[in-house]
Design a protein around this ligand. Sequence first.
Ligand code: NAD
Length: 340
Amino acid sequence: MIRVSVNGYGTIGKRVASAILAQPDMKLLGVAKTTPNYEAFTASKLGINLYVPESSIKEFEEVGLKIAGTVEDMVRNSDVVVDATPNGVGAQYKQLYQLSKRKAVFQGGEKSNVADVSFSALCNYSEALNKDYVRVVSCNTTALLRTICSLGKVSKVQKVRGTIVRRAADPKEVKEIPISSLVPNTARVPSHHAKDVNTVLKDLDIVTMAIIAPTTLMHMHLLNVTFSTKVSREDILEVFKNTPRIILIRSKTKVNSTAEILEVARDLGRPRNDIQEVAVFEDSVYTSGNEAFVMYAVHQESIVVPENIDAIRAMTGFNDVDTSIKITNSTLGIRGGYII
Ligand code: NAD
């Protein structure tokens, strides 16, 4: 059993912790929290060990939260730490992981140089084999890479141009978000997503633009892909249909929006209403000569979870990408084909 701990029990950390609990080859040692908020109480209620910084022990005990040890204890007793702390905080923890000689998975909010390799299970699993530090790319980049690497089975991908409509905040967030307008993401082109894709697909010609929209539900991507040969809509749909971690939404089900996608997740009884797959609108797939066009939705809160699990296996030497992906998918209920 691989002993795994999670540093930071927020949007991503809580989902990765649940996913680790579902793996037959992993044991969740516990999670680290800095503030005794509702997420710490929930973890405790779920029977998950809580580790905190030495300076926070008193604060946690005062509100009645039982502590299993310090963050240092947690790291020392783990084979792999999944760092799911806020953007940039992971890099500060790297020294602790290095001093303790422990492997760590970082998230997409960290700069790519925090790790030996940026990771997407469907694109470069083998590059993470036995590595000490791996960075799972962000939610948008994970979706872009899954889609592009799958489309590579249709024909060689020569060029990608994409527009990313970003959710302004996660549903749990109480910070102010723009409710009156669409905000160009710093109005910088290319947006950082293209550069992030290039940390994995180094030679790909890709340009992305991004805009923030007043929604909390999902991101949406509008992609234009140029291939080296003529492609057909049927071939593209066939690949999407047969790639677990990509699901198709058909118009006859009358799912026309991100709100309805998440309602389907609720109705299917998915934990936390999560859609860990890229959700492709079938009718949006259009081809013209060497070009394909597609629109898909990205559930930012959960899409990176399966990649975190596969990264842990790769770093601990599990040299079979297909089996790792199969175990992760089956334990987390991740599918291919039509969502309904
Ligand atoms: P979050 O704010 O929901 O959770 C962060 C957790 O870290 C919280 O439990 C917080 O209490 C804890 N924390 C805060 N400061 C800390 C510190 N100094 N030491 C230890 N823990 C601390 O954040 P999140 O959305 O889960 O993001 C975590 C990482 O995942 C970031 O790199 C982010 O870019 C990335 N990510 C986020 C999303 C998303 O949409 N939320 C999607 C993909 C990747």
